[in-house]
Design a protein around this ligand. Structure first.
Ligand code: AQP
Length: 325
């Protein structure tokens, strides 16, 4: 089944993004990988930072060759069918169902300054999915409700106007590693958090990676073993090592159990340096040659528009717009 995955340009790409998501993404005919830059402005943003983040995220997708084998890599903002479809669906969604979205309830309900876009973004996400006839959408537990909204909207449209949309299923990945901050191992490593020493960036140089990993907080005791409750710092490093090397956490713990925290951290730092070096070098090269990256993105956006336009036309036609075809 072709994959459809979006990533928000809300900051620099982290090692958490790479281990938890990007390194598992594979191109195939029909797959869609997009920089969700329309989603990035639902919260406060600075134009320069946004531009920088969009280009970095796009360069990583291209460095991973996700545009090969017929896959699409593009900027969401460059393909107008996304916002057009979102508007059409917004007029079919109900305030009641939108107000029940837990992410809005958690972050925005009692805050009058939250943007209307933040309230409506699950509908934009529905548009992103429905435009490409995605059957399965890989999401974490926190996004499952949004795929359910997408299903409800698709079924509503299909019942009222005929079979226009494929009704997608949420696909929850079996074991997704959750990488935590190196400085606060009880908090997720995140692009948008201001946690410079706790966050390894995918484009950090080798020395910077070593400095950050060696500076990671550890736990009391001396032994290396996996126990996120008792040893959140060490367990996070085991998760990182296992996520990158393909060897299990247990194998890593066994090898370094009594070696001392310093030796263990040095080994983890080396794995991070080695296993990210190819994607780092390729991403940096693309950022240094914007014409190559731009060409990939322009080609992706043209193909995405060709692919998604019939869906918008079909819906417009069915709901009463005379010149939609
Ligand atoms: N710490 C993490 N460990 C494992 N996986 C992670 N992902 C993010 N952080 C970790 C995965 O990366 C993908 C990025 O998707 P996104 O950028 O659209 O959303 P996100 O999950 O909100 O990512 P961030 O980095 O935490 O961004 P902000 O700070 O803006 O919220 C997803 O597949 C995610 O699971």
């Amino acid at each position: 089944m072709p994959q459809l995955s979006f990533i928000k340009p809300t900051g620099r790409v982290t090692l958490g993004n790479y281990i938890g998501a990007l390194r598992h993404w594979k191109p195939s005919a029909g797959s869609v990988f997009a920089v969700a830059d329309l989603h990035a402005i639902t919260v406060a943003w600075a134009p320069d930072k946004l531009r920088e983040s969009i280009l970095e995220v796009a360069a990583v997708l291209a460095a991973l060759d996700l545009h090969s084998e017929g896959g699409l890599v593009f900027l969401q903002s460059g393909v107008p069918t996304h916002s057009e479809m979102a508007w059409l669906l917004e007029c079919m969604a109900r305030m009641g169902e939108m107000s029940r979205m837990t992410q809005f309830k958690a972050a925005g309900r009692n805050d009058g300054s939250v943007s209307v876009g933040f309230f409506a973004y699950p509908i934009l996400m529905a548009a992103d999915i429905l435009l490409y006839d995605a059957e399965g959408v890989p999401v974490g537990e926190d996004q499952k409700q949004h795929v359910e909204l997408t299903r409800d909207l698709a079924l509503r449209v299909n019942n009222l106007y005929g079979p226009i949309f494929t009704v997608p299923e949420p696909v929850i990945p079996a074991v997704g590693a959750r990488i935590m901050s190196l400085k606060t191992p009880t908090a997720k490593m995140s692009k948008s958090q201001d946690d410079p020493d706790g966050t390894v960036l995918l484009l950090d140089g080798a020395d910077e990676i070593r400095r950050k990993v060696l500076g990671a907080v550890t736990d009391s005791g001396r032994e290396v073993y996996f126990d996120p409750e008792e040893k959140p710092g060490i367990s996070n490093l085991l998760e990182i090592a296992a996520g990158l090397s393909g060897e299990s956490r247990e194998a890593w713990a066994e090898r370094y159990r009594t070696a001392g925290y310093g030796t263990f951290k040095r080994a983890v730092a080396e794995v991070v340096v080695e296993e990210t070096s190819v994607v780092r070098t390729r991403t940096t090269a693309l950022l240094d040659h914007p014409e190559e990256l731009n060409a990939i993105l322009r080609d992706g956006q043209e193909r995405a528009l060709v692919r998604s336009s019939p869906k918008v036309r079909a819906l417009k036609n069915a709901i009463g717009y005379p010149l939609a075809d």
